[in-house]
Design a protein around this ligand. Sequence first.
Ligand code: S3P
Length: 433
Amino acid sequence: MHFKVTPSALRDARVTVPGDKSVSHRALMLGSIAEGRTEVSGFLDGDDCLATAAAMRSLGVRIDQPSPTELIIEGVGLHGLRAPAADIDLGNSGTAMRLMAGLLSGQAFGSVLTGDASLTGRPMGRIIKPLTQMGAAIESDCDGTPPLQISGGLQLHGIHYDLPIASAQVKSAVLLAGLYAQGTTSVTEPAVTRDHTERMLGAMGVEIISEGNRIALDGGQSLCGTQVTVPADLSSATFIMLGTLLSQDADIIIENVGINPTRTGVLDILRAMGADISLEHPQLLGKEPVADIRVRASQLHGGPVDPALVSLAIDEFPALFVAAASASGKTTFSGIGELRVKESDRIAAMADGMRRLGIRVDESADGAVVHGGRFTGGEVESFHDHRVAMSLAMAATIADDEVMIRDVDNVDTSFPGFCDRVTAIGGAIEILK
Ligand code: S3P
């Protein structure tokens, strides 16, 4: 599938975007090992989370989906998962693989986790190392990539782990394994990362201590099934925000978006570039804060992006690169080396796409300088990366001519219905099969 984008502008609107991917994955995994029923609304019915749902079903959990955004999970308790009949295929989802590895390390049975071409090229040494220290046995390919073969029947023990990189996936893998470990498991983070795991564990009755950058829990605690209302995904809202900022005069409200402070780096970075963004009707959905985000078209300016905000905006850099290209002057990104091991090498992928559309990008190992300019028409690659595809699609709305974006199937991993939603508010994206 490819996108053909014709220059267009978004118009004033109120919109919704699908549910949060991170929260949806966690609702499935934690709901499955809870005692009793967990009812989820606002679930992200995208390919990544559906892979996690299939994985939990293959482990013996009954999960009904009465509508695309609702789940009823019949929790089996901490020790109720059963051996899967086959390898577990987690598609494109790094979150699913890393969190599941933590969850499965402490089970009585063995399992094998695998995925698509992108996922089987991604580094897993970062979770294998702490989980092994806890007593797990995990085999990977020799370069530390999946498939992962996880042994069963090993008793885990609590450790303290100083995370060498800021990663919510690694933190969550260790904490989930910690539920099955003897004693206390704790981590310290080099920078704050999304804390959805901690919040949801707390909502399900687990005693979890967060003090400064240290998070700790005792093993053996049971989880209580609960109601989870998933906020709209700020990472998906970012593409609508971007399109609005780039459109002349647009004024768009995106409803009920998660504004957990461990995710809102994108708002701070865009505001520092001159974006007119305000939050309306803030409220709590369970343990997660949400608000309507109001964005108005704005003239952006470049400058250095605060590296302290990187872990709070980790998925938003492809979109921020496009914002930088449309800004006056140059924008300097530093400390973003982790982008090279996402669904694609996002620094290289975005630099390639934007250069093909006439923008100057100077790359370094862990950074980039994006020079403001005008997007021309042309043909670009998404590198099978959903966020690269959507970022370039929004860039294309202000290009001088038509833009073709190749291989966009993976947009459905995080933002099913992206094209329809953007087209409904004035964008002109056509899907070519
Ligand atoms: C996620 C954590 C981040 C993020 C990913 C989702 C999560 O990954 O990029 O899209 O749900 O925990 P890292 O932990 O690798 O930074």
